[in-house]
Write a protein that binds this ligand. Structure first.
Ligand SMILES: [Zn+2]
Length: 481
């Protein structure tokens, strides 16, 4: 369904068509699984191993995989022509050693950060070394003990194990290729659990456009949830994919209700935001008494995936306009940034009819652990407006003390952030307007020193609901308690 193009959609530059036809596979099913034990951060290594230059190696994947020379050929078979996959090239530089390059965001030459690819033809006893050699960011949580995510199809089938953290000798460093701008490298070593397995590596738990569509189909098809959740098209993306918007509220209450606006995945590589959004939807659409109360008190407007094209093609940051849509809220045109333009227009209409108490845009953070927000700054030191924006995050930190760090929050409006959803919504009159950042790594709070699981990310959606209730509780006695 994500390949469908709307006839009214703006013409998309030609390479997109051929690119999409190479991406016909969708690996939709991954075993759901929560690790029974916390997955600790690893000890980052500083050993000075550098992979052999790619020039001396053999190209084994370049948009399509090389063919094996026979059953003895132990070359890994790489693949990423599936939804959200983004491996461009793999070079074999040793018997079990590979140097990889990621495809930059489509129509750009940069932004490489997200990665997601498959390998087959694994050998069980060997130690493999991988190096992704063209990452864009100078610093990363991989330098602080974060491990890549790994999935084994055989482990899923025989033991019910899903995505998990793996790797030793994990290292994040500046490459020595002399490229400008400089490229950064991520290296890790690992053994595969089985011979002849199909395995995946990813930067963060994948959450594709198809995953979202499957979730929304289930909501729409559910007689209970569909009573208070309407799923509509906000607009079409540049490629013609539907940008969905959900209106969630109890049928009663009408004009007196305040509104809450939530969005996620403006940055396609930040898939943790989708898991938190799903956690929010799971709770707010449930029969729990607090969820019912919230639906009576508020109208929720939710855009769960602002940049479906970027998610489909495996971008890190950009839309098919080749630019960051989260800098386009102020000046981006309807034609170039349809989702952002229509979200803003929807919020303008909403503000004309009711108060919007909260805007929250879900993101992932690659350099700092824990969960925190960026908010705006409404006034001088000590003024009421200045304190007001800090109340919601402070309450959230009390409700999620082992994940949310209030001291990591920042409240200011830098010049470079003027075009973000957070700042533009704030200037439009939403006092509590936040970018919520969920680390790609995990938590260092409450005695934890471990990676976030999918369950951790989902719980953030629940904590947001819980905090909203505390924040707007019609019974002020609860706030003190
Ligand atoms: Zn982001």
């Amino acid at each position: 369904m994500w390949l469908l193009r709307h006839p009214a959609a703006q013409a998309v530059p030609e390479p997109y068509d051929s690119f999409m036809h190479g991406h016909l596979c969708y690996y939709g099913y991954f075993q759901e699984w929560i690790p029974p034990e916390p997955e600790p951060f690893c000890q980052p290594t500083d050993h000075q191993w550098l992979p052999m230059g790619e020039e001396q190696g053999t190209v084994v994947y370049q948009l399509s995989p090389a063919t094996l020379k026979g059953p003895q050929d132990n070359t890994l078979l790489f693949e990423s022509r599936f939804e959200s996959g983004n491996l461009q090239k793999a070079v074999k530089v040793g018997p079990y050693e590979y140097v990889l390059r990621l495809r930059p965001d489509l129509y750009t030459a940069k932004h490489t950060q997200w990665f997601y690819f498959r390998v087959q033809n694994t050998r069980k006893d060997a130690v493999y070394c991988f190096t992704i050699a063209n990452l864009a960011k100078p610093k990363s949580l991989y330098g602080k003990g974060m491990c890549p995510l790994f999935y084994s199809q055989k482990d899923a089938q025989s033991h019910g194990i899903g995505w998990r953290r793996i790797g030793t000798n994990i290292r994040y460093y500046r490459g020595n290729s002399g490229e400008e701008p400089p490229a950064f490298c991520l290296s890790w070593s690992t053994r595969f659990p089985h011979d002849g397995d199909t395995c995946y590596f990813a930067h963060s738990y994948p959450y594709t456009y198809s995953d979202l569509q499957r979730y929304l189909r289930a909501v729409v098809g559910d007689p209970a949830r569909s009573q208070y959740c309407a799923v509509r098209a906000l607009c079409r993306s540049l490629a013609g994919n539907i940008v969905y918007t959900l209106t969630i509220t109890a049928p009663s209450g009408g004009a007196a209700k305040q509104a809450v606006v939530l969005s996620a995945r403006v940055h396609p590589g930040e898939s943790g935001g989708s898991w938190a959004m799903q956690g929010f939807l799971d709770f707010i659409l449930s029969a729990a008494p607090d969820a019912q109360l919230l639906r009576q008190l508020f109208v929720f407007k939710v855009v769960p995936m602002l940049n479906p094209d970027g998610v489909v093609v495996g971008n890190s940051r950009c839309s098919l306009a080749g630019r960051d849509p989260n800098r386009a809220y102020r000046t981006g045109s309807r034609g170039s940034f349809p989702a952002v333009w229509h979200l803003r227009a929807m919020v303008e209409r909403l503000l004309a009819e009711r108060e919007v108490v909260l805007y929250c845009d879900f993101h992932g953070h690659s350099r700092k652990n824990n969960v925190f927000v960026y908010g705006c700054d409404g006034g001088r030191d000590g003024s009421e407006a200045r304190l007001r924006e800090r109340v919601f995050p402070l309450m959230l930190s009390k409700n999620a003390p082992d994940k949310f760090s209030f001291s990591s929050c920042k409240f200011k409006v830098q010049k470079s952030k003027e075009g973000t959803g957070r700042v533009v919504m704030w200037r439009m009159g939403i006092a509590n307007s936040y970018t919520i950042e969920m680390a790609f790594g995990g938590s260092t709070l409450g005695g934890r020193n471990s990676h976030f699981t999918v369950e951790d990310l989902k719980s953030l959606g629940y904590h947001l609901c819980d905090t909203l209730l505390d924040f707007c509780d019609p019974n002020p006695a609860k706030v003190g308690g």
